[in-house]
Design a protein around this ligand. Structure first.
Ligand SMILES: *Cc1c(COP(=O)(O)O)cnc(C)c1O
Length: 424
């Protein structure tokens, strides 16, 4: 059976492996629920972007929110990547992981003045500004600190990324970016603001995009704007096309990153912009297929209309199914353990929305391990403590080595910072 996603996640005989390590061995060694990530898979995904961009002035800014574990960030920093951040907290993570602030772009619709001051002091590469209000606030913060802020205006190009409505961000009705019809005025305004230096233009049209055409459409709109602005004497040094490239969870067939970038470069060259500095902000496509969530079966509960496979991972560990109705593949860590039955795979949380997969054929018994595949992105980073469940441990795998990169959270960790009332 060919599994979707990364070749680093495959059966050897009847045992699911992540690179050279048996996933059920990892579960026994580190406990469950457990997130495990393959560095070889991350490397393969990153090199697809790199191959297409050889010889170009470019920066790949890994989108921290996809998976913000410090060791994952450190790994990307060691590869020379920059980072796309959306909060002051993410900036602190990048710096703690050894990332270079000069390679950080700061995105997000709601940057506070405190976050702006923090990022200016750290010396980020640029602010991806999403509104005129934000531009004015940034100008004031820069002025007060005697610094100058490099900005790129995030344009909402009004193209349909054809993805889930919650992760579609480049349509007129979305909260993101400056409407493309207002972009020229916003850039003219930016060019005149004290403490502001125009560094670029950007867009990010959504996530889990499985076609090239929305990117090409967005690119054309941005190039139109660049041409108009530069004709007026407002230079736009870099072009940032955001992230959003999808991965295979099941039968999706997104373009390969190399293929997508080549197609965009052809268009960029054809329109005479070949020398412009290019930025990309991929998240999911770099880490999504690199990760698995490993869980132990607690009970198998036959029902009148449904059988339930109750596992020790839940919606607090992995929110995507509950939040977006996302389909993620669930497989046995050891195959060939009897006849498969059809189950809803659910967690212990007191919500009917707490399911990880519906109608899945699995041959499992209590004590067996299952792996939820393609769980490297928007999985651990969206986890919570709902039901006072400690967050999962995380390991990074390379060949036959595994490093614990996040300890399992204890209840003491969770209640630290809470206080009882005084008196009695
Ligand atoms: C989330 C986000 C990304 C990354 O998106 P992916 O779909 O994970 O590639 C890039 N840029 C911005 C501004 C984002 O908000």
């Amino acid at each position: 059976m060919r599994l979707p996603g990364a070749p680093e996640v495959a059966y050897r005989g009847d045992s699911l492996h992540l690179e050279d390590l048996s996933v059920s061995e990892l579960a026994r060694r580190f406990g469950t629920p457990l997130y495990a990530y393959s560095t070889a898979s991350m490397e393969r995904a990153l090199s697809a972007y790199r191959r297409a961009l050889v010889g170009r002035d470019h920066l790949i800014c890994y989108a921290v929110k996809a998976n913000s574990n410090l060791a994952v960030l450190q790994w990307f920093a060691r590869q020379g990547c920059g980072f796309d951040i959306v909060s002051g907290g993410e900036l602190e993570r990048v710096l703690a992981a050894g990332g270079d602030a000069a390679r950080v772009v700061f995105s997000g619709v709601g940057k506070t003045r405190a976050e702006m001051a923090q990022a200016l002091a750290a010396g980020v590469l640029c602010f991806n500004v999403e509104s005129v209000g934000e531009l004015e606030a940034l100008s004031a913060v820069a002025g007060a600190s005697g610094r100058s802020a490099r900005v790129s205006l995030r344009i909402n190009p009004d193209v349909d990324a054809k993805t889930h409505p919650y992760i579609s961000t480049g349509l007129r009705g979305n909260k993101f970016g400056i409407a493309h019809t207002e972009a020229l005025a916003a850039f003219r305004h930016a060019a005149e603001q004290p403490g502001i230096e125009v560094a670029g233009i950007d867009c990010h049209i959504g996530s889990q995009i499985t076609e090239s055409s929305p990117y090409v459409e967005a690119l054309d709109r941005l190039l139109d704007l660049i041409e108009t602005l530069e004709a007026e004497g407002i230079a736009i040094p870099h072009l940032d096309l955001g992230g959003g490239l999808g991965i295979a969870y099941d039968t999706e067939t997104p373009p390969d990153a190399e293929e997508l970038i080549r197609r965009l470069l052809e268009r960029i060259d054809a329109r005479g912009h070949g020398g412009r500095k290019l930025l990309f902000e991929p998240g999911r496509s770099l880490v999504g297929n690199a990760g698995v969530l490993v869980s132990e079966v607690i009970y198998v509960k036959p029902g009148e209309s449904k059988n339930f496979c109750i596992v020790d991972a839940a919606m607090n560990d992995l929110a995507r199914p509950a939040m977006y109705g996302a389909w993620m593949r669930i497989v046995e860590c050891e195959r060939g353990q009897g006849e498969p039955q059809v189950f809803d795979v659910v967690g212990p949380i007191c919500e009917s929305g707490d399911w990880l997969g519906r109608d899945r054929a699995l041959a499992v018994r209590p004590g067996a391990h299952v792996a939820i595949l393609s769980a490297g992105a928007y999985a651990m980073s969206m986890s919570s403590n709902y039901n006072t469940r400690g967050r999962a441990a995380e390991v990074l795998v390379s060949g036959d080595q595994a490093w614990l990169v996040r300890e399992r959270e204890t209840t003491a960790d969770q209640i630290r910072g809470e206080h009882l009332l005084p008196g009695r």
